[in-house]
Design a protein around this ligand. Structure first.
Ligand code: AMP
Ligand code: MG
Length: 189
């Protein structure tokens, strides 16, 4: 049976790093997953439609533009067979509030078996955002970040209610990346 896994975490938590590590480990064990970035699917369309210049501008677009890009990405990703990991966001922080990363029509297209939240302490996330010149990260306060991580847990529960997927939390703490990679690989093997 193929596994559909959604992996989420606030920007800067180290999602992509943990996923890459877990996939390398799984490949060594002969387990293969397609690694799909939801944001890259959205960005390809956003560029073609000349809506943005970089991927970090997408969360500042109007709600309707973001939802239209989201819908197109979901239907493209839904056609991919076999074990799939979708690297995405439980919610996106926009100027108008949190936008659900997986509204009903996205969930119905993707129908995940497993939903993963990658988390760590807010001070660690703030430090990582400051140290990443490759992206235009929001410089949130500690409290704003805590509120976003807590909203993401709440909305993950709603996603589980809708699909029956399990929800797992993986902690990606400073100096303990190996543990996060092992934990994620253990969920996917
Ligand atoms: P990432 O590289 O994962 O941070 O994704 C880049 C951008 O893609 C995010 O900042 C969002 O604007 C957008 N994005 C990714 N996943 C979703 C989603 N499920 N729903 C809406 N926007 C998303
Ligand atoms: Mg990433």
């Amino acid at each position: 049976m193929a596994t559909k896994c959604i992996i989420t975490g606030v920007p800067g938590v180290g999602k992509t790093t943990v996923i890459t590590g877990a996939l390398t480990k799984l490949e060594e064990m002969g387990v293969h997953y397609a690694n799909i970035s939801f944001g890259s699917f959205m960005f390809e369309t956003a560029l073609a439609e000349e809506l943005v210049r970089n991927r970090d501008e997408m969360r500042l677009l109007g709600k309707d533009d973001q939802k239209s890009l989201q819908r197109k990405a979901a239907s493209a990703i839904a056609t991919i067979d076999g074990n799939v990991i979708v690297d995405t966001h439980a919610s996106v922080k926009t100027p108008k509030g949190y936008l659900p990363g997986l509204p009903e029509w996205v969930l119905e297209a993707l129908m995940p078996d497993l939903f993963v939240l990658i988390e760590t302490d807010e001070d660690q996330i703030l430090g990582r955002r400051l140290g990443d010149p490759s992206r235009v990260r929001d410089m949130d306060s500690y409290r704003a970040l805590a509120s976003h991580q807590s909203f993401n847990r709440a909305i993950a529960a709603a996603y589980a209610m809708k699909t029956g997927c399990t929800v797992a939390i993986v902690t990606n703490a400073d100096l303990l990346l190996d543990r996060a990679i092992d934990d994620l690989a253990g969920l996917l093997e």
